[in-house]
Design a protein around this ligand. Sequence first.
Ligand code: SF4
Length: 476
Amino acid sequence: MTRTFLGMPATAPPGVGHLRGDEPFPAAARRGLADPQLRRNLRHATTTIRGKSGAVIAELPDWERLRAAGSAIKADVMARLPELLEQLEAAVVAAGGTVHWAADAVEANRIVTELVAATGSDRVIKVKSMATQEIGLNEALAAAGITAVETDLAELIVQLGEDRPSHILVPAIHRNRAEIREIFLRAMPGVDPGLTDEPAALAAAARRYLRQTFLTTPVAVSGANVAVAETGTLAVVESEGNGRMCLTLPETLITVMGVEKVVPTWRDLEVFLQLLPRASTGERMNPYTSMWTGVTPGDGPQNVHLVLLDNGRSAVLADEVGRQALHCIRCSACLNVCPVYERAGGHAYGSVYPGPIGAVLSPQLTGVADNASLPYASSLCGACYDACPVKINIPELLVHLRAQAPHPRAEATVMAAAAYTMDHPVLYAAAQRAARLTRFAGRRGRGLPPPLSGWTLGRDLPTPPPETFRDWWANR
Ligand code: SF4
């Protein structure tokens, strides 16, 4: 197999940060399944987004061609990632920015913390960013005495509720408006005690709180949806305008971006800026698309930093099948169509990346052995593949990763015995005859006895046919 590394660092270590849960997926999913309120919230939200997204996608006769273009651009990026990153670095530096390379979450947190500390500020405002959630930046900043204020409404709800995000795009999807009102009353500084749970009232309360914070905080931290190698331009797309405030008002802007987000040319943006809003929020275009290229004297942030984050991505890139997961543009369409996600909820995945993409990305970033239950968090129905705007074949990846996951010794022994039997016709015929005896073991679905009972815990044992193909053939 061809091994491709970025050359940064010399080896490709696993990622660290918020990529693993404390317990395997089945145990964590059981809690979600037992919470009817959570399931109601999720069903309502995912059904609404699916409907909106489907309607605007149907408007585009060339949607499939756009998907193919997005997929091809991403495959090209992966094939020459080192070269594109160096081109990006040169362009950002030429435009007056500073580029930092972070091998993992620990290094990225150290870089950002030192940059903020150097400004003398003890507070930063944040644009919603999966990369900073992945590395646990807020906690690292807090340990250094720096407060991070999330400015995306849903992210703010999660932060004030001392909760964890459960959806890539709608982090508070598991909360309804009564719960949000209760969180605001409990944790939002200066909130009106007469606050109702009307969506407009809740949004106005958040706006009042955030406006003051925007105007008095000199440092912002963002992620980036895309970085253009040829120009050094970074782009953030969002719906609330909070991102635009963070990206333009402060004196210092620090962007943490996974290395896979680079695209070669400005022209490539036309593909992703069409795919992303329709697949994610069901909008024709993003309400706010902010782009910046280094520093413009007298206009916007005057200290611009870009932290390029690896954190396991080089190891993913080295797997020619697995690297598809790096094509992800974080639209969350796969979450919204996934029957497992809709029932178990995002927290069950343990990682900041939930749903189908989380089931294939997190185990690869950490090493499959460290997240071995996630590739099984799927029925392999294929809905995620159909929905993905960049055509990531998630079912193929799930099967690929299941083969890499450590298997219990008993299972490996049974599989080896089955392979040996199927390889020897006489043994196979004898096994078929023996299988017929299970007809007398009881009604269908009764299951196998221990130690094989785990296999039939969630599936019926099929009744063997009265006549095998071999018998049928021999009789003719
Ligand atoms: S895997 Fe595809 S559908 Fe899922 S979040 Fe990423 S781009 Fe969207």
